[in-house]
Design a protein around this ligand. Structure first.
Ligand SMILES: [Fe+2]
Length: 163
């Protein structure tokens, strides 16, 4: 499946601090397909905002700077889930764990613990089960075909393919 672990070591202390510094600019978020619930707090770094540059280094490292990446910090509070779904459009995303504990995403019935994951979330069904701790990730969502996004990722960051 189009799911790759990236060998990218983000500076967790730095980006967690950035999240806490700007967290008040976020909002409760729930995808329109799901019932409204106070489970996700998301801070979007809009293109025309004064905070957009904060993830530039990461995007440069990942080779995706210059694409429309819709960067956001996503904080999922403990004991909340994300129901099974396939995202919209021709979507591929990169999600990076910012806390110590490996988060687990379930993709096509397979539990995947990860640190930095590239996945075709517009094609693969996925969900998140509740756990008794909070999770924080930095996420980039790209409405481009899988092959196009993959071609941008530096080869040395490709760690392993999930099958
Ligand atoms: Fe999703």
């Amino acid at each position: 499946m189009n799911l790759i672990h990236l060998n990218y070591k983000i500076d967790k202390a730095k980006y967690t601090k950035i999240f806490y510094d700007i967290h008040q600019r976020g909002k409760w978020y729930q995808w329109k397909q799901f019932d409204a619930k106070l489970s996700w707090w998301k801070v979007y770094l809009e293109n025309d905002s004064d905070i957009r540059h904060l993830t530039k280094e990461v995007e440069q490292d990942l080779g995706i700077w210059g694409m429309e990446t819709y960067p956001r910090f996503a904080y999922l509070f403990s004991n909340n889930n994300v129901p099974p779904h396939v995202d919209e459009d021709d979507m591929t995303c990169i999600q990076i764990n910012l806390f110590d504990i490996n988060p687990i995403i379930v993709i096509e019935d397979k539990e995947i613990p990860y640190e930095c994951l590239l996945l075709e979330n517009g094609k693969l069904q996925h969900w998140v089960d509740p756990v008794p701790y909070d999770r924080l990730m930095l996420k980039f969502c790209m409405r481009y075909p899988w092959e196009e996004v993959l071609s941008k990722i530096p080869k040395h960051l490709i760690e392993s393919y999930e099958v």
